[in-house]
Design a protein around this ligand. Structure first.
Ligand code: FEO
Ligand code: CA
Ligand code: CA
Ligand code: CA
Length: 751
């Protein structure tokens, strides 16, 4: 998200948080050290990997002419030669529409407020709609495709009928209410006496969470199925089980769950993951700011609880509250609202919600095929600002690896390794949540250390690791405490502070893991205060200048880092890495900014969503930007990356300071092209597709979120009228929505 939050009427980017005050190393020694190329970086991956992944029917991307071709086995007749990225790049644009290349069609299919049950009225889109627990939520984000057979059973190869699992990350409050969000007296601070109307808060809570929605083809074209019994909404108020090491922990005891085994709601759901057994993982990202913590609360807590709150962004003083993003706790004394106040208010933890905050920040697992199934927060995967969860290839007899990022300034990259080894039978098991118990509740969580020489190390976050157990800044009580305070455990092991780790994806043929590092306004060559020094894995710090004025500094445009576990082993504790691609504006300084030689056809800023097509192998990169939005709306680019180490070493000279970093090969135009530009004031996010790669689904989030409440009566003043201006739905208020993209010749998307 990169949104204006209207309650405070200030411009706030809730993603751009910095709560990492740990003393973890800033790689000062990178500045002096020469970067030694490791032979492993040059290792011939292509041939071996092509053999290993032969069933995917893709040729490996190792050579100089590495065009990925269609499966030569299946076509019954001579098929036309498919050239991936054969389309003409879409130009940058500020047009308020969804732009795709010639020969492609974009169709809006599922927008904020669309009904998800029989009898729910069509969306009026004028601020009077209610019952969002049976409608699409707002701010569509990560998304996965779950195939359905004609008879309504799981079918992973179905191209005609499916369930979409869609995250609804947050809300654009101004368009959800008749005259925007209100309180009794706007001149006075929010409080119970001057609170938000409960009717508005009900809408806002229900607009969060996840939607499971059936799609099916009619006359060859997908549409949502309003009355499907598979449709389900999980909201900010849905009861959810705690599983894994934190289940029953004293730090999860609340009035709602005195035994610490349950909580309510999943909020700020950003990236997703799809498990090999057919369930959805939804990542809870910027959940911390939803909670109100009153001034003076710090005096009522043990010191370690205040350390935890500071690390997760809910610090208070004797006089300063931590105010909540939307003021839900002010809507009344009913428990539905009261539990958003996390102050010590009662005699014991079972009398109040002092530990409610510990119930968010997880990878939460949902079985999309079973609308009444229990939902589980998989605490073993750690509590932080979760983005996506990318599974390494599931290999029978080996543990499963899951890669994850924590998106705040200077936060970390994580990996989960299951204790159980993968069994093929589990991939088709009927009780999918039990399979989740097996692979996601027991195992090891690691945080990444990036050495300046292109190597790296996964360091274990467990109470059994003496470095964690003896951490001076926080006395971990048990394994549950380590999971709940995973950021502190990662501080303890000296994880590397990164430029806001966003989504990650695993390349379907090489197995290399790609991480979007969106940007970092606190990265500096010569840091002061809480700023962080450039290093090999986060090597850029510069200023973005508009009309002679510096508008922002640091790593302004973000980069994409690539890593490979040693030997391709999921349980490896070492890895190698390089920087595949640097975001930049075309024409900018090629020595310190535009290091990947981006052109008008492919320049982008602030990579966020990152998903590999399992059909074509294309790496789809989506942006959530504030640095290039004077020139272009947010976008999606298609990339055909090579392999780790294919670009050598680059030296960035900052006067007396220089940084050497391993980089990817500068992409030729045929390997990186802009494919989609979204409407005004939006972020492009979420990507899934049919197994044949012919239908792609992406999400447009928060178009027109710069619209002012005072302008709601005059549609001409909305900063976006999408998607009504492309013919979708009633009313002209902007709406987040899922967009379906198809190629007019019925080819694979991206060809
Ligand atoms: Fe969920 Fe940090 O974008
Ligand atoms: Ca995002
Ligand atoms: Ca973002
Ligand atoms: Ca700029």
């Amino acid at each position: 998200m990169n949104a204006r939050v209207d309650i405070s009427s200030e411009f706030v980017d809730p993603d751009d948080l910095d709560n990492n005050r740990s003393a973890n190393p800033h790689f000062e020694n990178v500045l002096a050290a020469g970067l030694q190329r490791r032979s492993v970086l040059r290792g011939g991956v292509g041939g071996a990997m092509a053999a290993m992944f032969a069933p995917l029917a893709l040729t490996a991307c190792g050579g100089d002419d590495d065009v990925v071709t269609a499966n030569p086995v299946t076509p019954p007749v001579a098929a036309p030669v498919e050239i991936l990225l054969g389309f003409t790049a879409v130009a940058r644009t500020l047009a308020d529409t969804s732009t795709v290349p010639g020969g492609y069609t974009a169709t809006t299919i599922f927008a904020t407020g669309d009904p998800l049950a029989a009898g729910v009225p069509a969306y009026k889109n004028d601020g009077t709609d209610t019952n969002y627990a049976q409608r699409s939520g707002d701010c569509h984000d990560g998304m996965e495709y779950f195939g359905l057979s004609a008879t309504g059973t799981r079918n992973d190869t179905s191209n005609d009928r499916a369930l979409l699992g869609i995250n609804h990350e947050y809300i654009t409050p101004v368009v959800l209410h008749v005259a925007g969000p209100t309180r009794a007296d706007p001149a006075l601070p929010l409080s119970l006496a001057n609170g938000r109307p409960a009717s508005q808060v009900d809408i806002e809570i229900d607009c969060h969470g996840v939607a499971i929605v059936e799609i099916a083809k009619t006359a060859g074209k997908f549409a949502t199925v309003q009355a499907s019994t598979f449709n389900r909404r999980i909201t900010g108020d849905t009861p959810i089980e705690i599983s894994g090491p934190a289940r029953g922990n004293p730090l999860l005891v609340t009035k709602f769950s005195p035994d610490g085994t349950r909580t309510r709601g999943t909020i700020n759901n950003c990236g997703t993951g799809k498990t090999p057994w057919g369930t959805l993982l939804t990542g809870e990202e910027n959940w911390s700011g939803y909670y109100f913590r009153p001034a003076g609360d710090q005096a009522l807590r043990p010191a370690k609880e205040n350390t935890s709150f500071a690390r997760y962004g809910r610090n208070v003083t004797a006089t300063a509250n931590a105010n909540s993003r939307y003021g839900w706790e002010t809507a009344g004394t009913d428990d539905r609202y009261a539990h958003w106040n996390i102050g010590v208010l009662g005699a014991t933890a079972a009398d109040d919600y002092r530990y409610e905050h510990n119930g968010q920040g997880y990878m939460t697992e949902i079985d999309p095929y079973s609308p009444t199934s229990t939902i589980n927060k998989r605490t073993a995967l750690g509590r932080f600002a979760h983005e996506s969860a990318a599974f390494g290839k599931a290999v029978v007899g080996k543990p499963l690896a899951v890669y994850m990022g924590c998106d705040s300034q200077n936060e970390y990259i994580y990996k989960w390794v299951s204790a159980a080894s993968w069994s093929a039978a589990d991939g088709a098991a009927a009780d999918r949540m039990a399979v989740g118990d097996k692979y996601l509740d027991n195992g090891k969580l690691y945080a990444a250390v990036f050495n300046d020489d292109g190597t790296g190390e996964w360091r274990e976050l467990s109470i059994g690791n003496p470095v964690v157990a003896s951490y001076a800044n926080y006395a971990f009580a048990d394994a549950g405490d380590v999971a709940i305070n995973a950021r502190l455990a990662a501080d303890a092991v000296g994880a590397t502070k990164m430029d806001r780790p966003e989504w990650c994806g695993v390349h379907p043929t090489t197995g290399e893991v790609y991480f979007a590092l969106t940007n970092n306004s606190s990265r500096r060559v010569a840091p002061t205060g809480t700023q962080t020094r450039v290093n090999a894995s986060n090597p850029r710090a510069y200023s973005d200048v508009r009309s002679g004025t510096v508008v922002q500094s640091g790593n302004v445009h973000g980069h994409i880092l690539r890593m490979k576990d040693a030997g391709g082993e999921p349980g490896a504790t070492t890895f190698t890495w390089d920087i595949y691609l640097f975001g930049a504006e075309a024409g900018s300084d090629p020595t310190l900014v535009n290091l990947s030689g981006l052109s008008n056809d492919n320049d982008f800023s602030s990579p966020d969503g990152l998903v590999f097509s399992q059909s074509t192998g294309i790496c789809w990169v989506q942006t959530d930007d504030g640095a290039y939005t004077d020139v272009t709306n947010c976008m999606m680019v298609a990339a055909m990356p090579g392999t780790l180490g294919d670009g050598g070493v680059k030296t960035l000279n900052y006067g007396s300071v220089s940084v050497q970093t391993p980089v990817g090969k500068v992409p030729e135009g045929s390997k990186l092209k802009r494919f989609f530009v979204g409407p005004y004031d939006c972020e492009v996010t979420g990507m899934c597709e049919t197994p044949d790669g012919k239908v792609m689904f992406i999400n447009v989030q928060h178009p027109g979120d710069g619209t002012a409440a005072a302008d709601l009566a005059d549609a001409s003043k909305y900063t976006s009228q999408w998607p009504s201006n492309v013919g979708y739905g009633a009313g002209k208020r902007p709406r987040s929505a899922t967009v379906m993209i198809t190629k007019n010749d019925n080819g694979r998307v991206g060809s």
